[in-house]
Design a protein around this ligand. Structure first.
Ligand code: HEC
Length: 142
């Protein structure tokens, strides 16, 4: 029941994002976030929060990177949406360097899987330069 309620809650914001993601590659891609007058939509704000809970400890504040893991602001300039999703769900291990860099798989982590589109939207906004650092302001009445 708890899971069901979470899915319903995520449904309100994730629908338009996934619709944009399913457009054929040839069509111009709609941004997976909305920012009006410096304020973000609910999904992007939620992505910011989820990022802080699950990713920030390795990827740094605001996606800027750390000594543990790369800057996702930079990564999303070249990763496709599909590649992003694939790495987050399945994880990845870079064994070519002397140090092992492990991106854990989040496929079983409800708090990430349910909100992966929001996390992507938030990071894409950061990567596109549409959103600065720090806690974003939310659009009212959403
Ligand atoms: C325990 C530390 C850790 C956590 C937590 C973590 N990551 Fe990672 N992540 C890494 C490392 C290390 C790499 C680089 C792996 C490699 O080099 O193959 C990575 C790589 C990635 C990449 C690929 C970057 C690229 O340029 O190819 C993406 C996308 C990513 N992480 C997203 C996330 C998201 C989203 C979250 C939160 C849901 C998250 N990560 C949480 C450690 C972490």
């Amino acid at each position: 029941m708890r899971i069901l309620r979470a899915v319903v809650a995520a449904g309100c914001c994730a629908v338009s994002l996934s619709a944009a993601a399913q457009q054929p590659a040839a069509a111009p891609q709609e941004a997976p976030y909305k920012i009006e007058g410096g304020r973000v939509d609910q999904g992007t704000y939620n992505g910011y929060r989820r990022y802080g809970n699950s990713c920030e400890r390795c990827h740094g504040q605001d996606g800027a990177g750390s000594s543990f893991a790369p800057s996702l602001v930079e990564s999303l300039k070249h990763l496709t949406h599909e590649q992003f999703t694939e790495v987050v769900i399945n994880g990845r291990q870079n064994v070519t360097t002397s140090q092992q860099n492990v991106m854990p798989p989040f496929g079983q982590v409800e708090d990430v899987v349910l909100y992966i589109e929001d996390i992507y939207g938030y990071l894409k906004a950061r990567s596109d330069g549409a959103l600065g650092r720090g806690r974003p302001q939310r659009v009212a009445n959403q």
